[in-house]
Ligand binder design. Structure first.
Ligand code: ADP
Ligand code: MG
Length: 362
């Protein structure tokens, strides 16, 4: 068992820096949780408090119900891999990975066997004899990950563990980390500023901004029901489009065009008193459809096209009063040219509505 409960946790550094404010969430035994947010939002501080490397100013952290606030890192039985790797310079890679196991009294033969096993999975077999000083940042991070994951601890804490790796190997490393998590039945907390990484790895994602938890939920919940405009914008690539609109009635919103208005139906309900108010319509680029003809949807003109392998990001300038810029992700087999007239359609279930920062659809 290794459930973690974070209860009303605060971290105030010297100089009154509120790095973490009133944090509340839990991680179930066996879960893979990503902590996601922009640089400086308090992710590493949170992880370091769970690890016991940083005092908690206020609140409680429990492992399996037991308060661990005053336990040292070694008493918490954790595996850690931080962005900056503290590898022993005088030991080679093999010895670095074996060291924590040997320090706990494991026999050399058994430790060696485990080193060979993890080295194979994380692809460092051919650098086992090298000293850390001669390794690239990406390889040092691999070794650091090996050292953390080989131990099969209660809880695995990873802080941007693949950030120094080549973009092309990252997807592959993510898959390996997730496989190890599943096979070893680990409980993993993974810190990252990269939304794609969080979404592709985690069972649930905790989104932070400005020292506060913004939302915690499954990838599906966060994608389809963002708790506020920050989450809606931060998760998803390209980011969600926003267009000014007005609530026409309980299931339609309008956009003011240069001539007349475009009506968009939406799913869900809004409060009666929102009818008539100015709001923001949000729609993800993946949920915008483009057509060359017909009279349906919102008219606009193609501004830019960007290839992305199988798909293309098409930027359209709408014929609305604001000349809003809207991105659509379309299949690469049909490509409108810049300057071409198009029509945009959005399914009612793809429509998000925001009043300021807050979503208003129930
Ligand atoms: P993240 O990992 O999300 O980038 P951090 O948890 O490292 O963010 O930092 C959160 C905030 O706390 C930042 O404003 C950072 O400058 C501040 N901070 C981090 N460590 C310290 C420290 N030891 N002393 C004072 N302020 C700190
Ligand atoms: Mg950090």
């Amino acid at each position: 068992m290794s459930r973690v409960d974070i209860k009303n946790v605060w971290k105030i550094y010297e100089g009154n820096v509120e790095a973490v404010q009133d944090l509340n969430f839990f991680i179930e035994d066996g879960e893979f949780l990503a902590v996601l947010g922009p640089s400086g939002c308090g992710k590493s501080t949170t992880l370091r408090m769970i690890a016991g490397l940083e005092d908690i100013t206020e609140g409680e952290i429990r492992f399996d119900g037991k308060v661990v606030n005053n336990l040292s890192p070694s008493e918490r039985n954790l595996a850690l891999a931080f962005e900056s790797y503290a590898l022993y310079a005088r030991l080679n890679v093999h010895e670095n990975i074996a060291f924590p196991m040997r320090a706990k009294g494991m026999s050399r033969a058994e430790a060696d066997k485990k080193v060979m096993w993890i080295a194979d999975i994380l692809n460092v077999t051919d650098i086992l004899k090298k000293k850390p000083g001669s390794l690239s940042g990406g390889h040092k991070q691999r070794v650091n990950l090996c050292r953390a994951l080989v131990r099969q601890p209660n809880i695995t804490l990873l802080d941007e563990p693949i950030s120094h790796m080549d973009v092309r190997v990252r997807a592959n490393m993510r898959a390996r980390i997730r496989r190890l998590h599943d096979e070893l039945k680990l409980t993993t907390i993974y810190v990252t500023h990269d939304q794609e990484e969080a979404v592709s790895l985690a069972d649930r994602v905790a989104v932070m901004n400005h020292a506060k938890l913004q939302q915690i939920g499954t990838v599906d919940e966060i994608w389809n029901h963002p708790a506020n405009r920050f989450v809606a914008t931060f998760v998803g690539e390209p980011e969600m489009n926003f267009i000014k609109g007005r609530i026409e009635n309980k299931n339609q919103v309008s956009i003011s065009m240069k001539d007349g208005k475009s009506i968009l139906p939406f799913h869900g309900t809004v409060d009666e008193k929102s009818v008539g108010s100015e709001i923001t319509v949000g729609v993800r680029p993946q949920q915008v459809r483009l057509y060359m003809d017909g009279n349906d949807g919102i008219p606009g003109v193609v501004d830019l096209t960007q290839f992305q392998g199988e798909s293309v990001i098409v930027t359209v300038i709408l014929d609305d009063l604001d000349m809003s810029e809207v991105k659509a992700v379309v299949e690469a087999d049909w490509l409108p040219a810049p300057g071409e007239k198009v029509r945009l359609e959005m399914a009612p279930e793809a429509i998000h509505l925001f009043d300021g920062e807050m979503p208003i659809l129930q």
